[in-house]
Ligand binder design. Sequence first.
Ligand SMILES: Cc1cc2nc3c(=O)[nH]c(=O)nc-3n(C[C@H](O)[C@H](O)[C@H](O)COP(=O)(O)OP(=O)(O)OC[C@H]3O[C@@H](n4cnc5c(N)ncnc54)[C@H](O)[C@@H]3O)c2cc1C
Length: 328
Amino acid sequence: MADCVVSVAEFRAGNFRRVSFEVASEARKVADALNVPLYGIAVGAGVGDKAKELGWYGVDKVFVADDPALEHYVPELYVPVIASIIERWNPAAVLLPASVDGKDLSARLAARLQTGLAQDCIQVVCDGGAVKAKRPIFAGKCLAWCEWAQGALPMISCRPNVMDCKDADATRQADVEKVAVDLPEARSKVLGVELDTTGKVELTEAEIIVSGGRGMKAAENFVILEQLAKELGAAVGASRAAVDAGWRPHSDQVGQTGKVVNPNLYIAVGISGAIQHLAGMGSSKYIVAVNKDPEAPIFTKADYGIVEDLFKFIPAFTEEVRKLKSTC
Ligand SMILES: Cc1cc2nc3c(=O)[nH]c(=O)nc-3n(C[C@H](O)[C@H](O)[C@H](O)COP(=O)(O)OP(=O)(O)OC[C@H]3O[C@@H](n4cnc5c(N)ncnc54)[C@H](O)[C@@H]3O)c2cc1C
């Protein structure tokens, strides 16, 4: 008999990443359906002081591995520590963030615990006592429901920005237990991390994204997207065509071979809407496309379409946003 559901949090630079709370919220629903407690695992340097925050999102008890050596994600350390905590119980499911580090961690944990992993899921349900997870496949063209053989532990990584996050309830207290960590000798070490200090909004966490494609015609033309993004508090993304042309760094690429994003608003500018691009942004809540070709495939996916030359539309739109903001 399963005795709990487990949600693993991601702690970076002194804070939990928001996806940790989304994962806890989804895991709470599964725990409620099965009538078992929800245990959280928090690993990092200084994470103990923040662990109670997981309780605000539904975790009943947080198991904390707090050690300076765990400041950065090092698989050789994180995997045995987290696996040894999970092995204390017989969980009905383990949910983790499908962030860049989380995807790596979940694959390694699944191998270590000899179970199957459903990666990058968008929904987790409990159906007659069986945990099932839904995930997009074939570049988002289909959705697959995954379930596990009897006795196998469902390991599920959850796509950021998709699952509903509970409102934080600061009155809800979780028990916090410090776990003595027995760290193995790591063969690799992260010497330091250089954080982007430009104030750029991280694509995978952005509420609004303005992305440019080949239609932008040159690297310097992205300045009009930067200006619009600044007014909207948005991040700037790009299609692979724009990245391959050297106009934007690969870290800005959205799509099958770039980042998967789920903002509330995605504005695709001069992007045709190839399937590989849609794979990265198709689940955005609202999609606006600006394209001079009325037949561009992006319009079949867009909630709002503007058939216009982007070099006319974007500066005029930015000006309108500015005016609107000044009257608010
Ligand atoms: C294995 C594989 C993986 C891939 N991974 C990715 C990925 O991760 N992300 C990705 O984006 N692509 C990816 N691609 C590439 C993808 O197939 C497309 O080639 C790419 O998305 C096209 O980029 P685009 O829409 O910017 O360019 P185009 O398809 O050339 O479209 C440019 C658009 O701009 C419009 N336009 C031009 N001028 C203007 C103007 N002045 N005003 C308004 N509109 C204008 C045009 O009408 C056109 O629709 C991948 C391909 C493969 C094979």
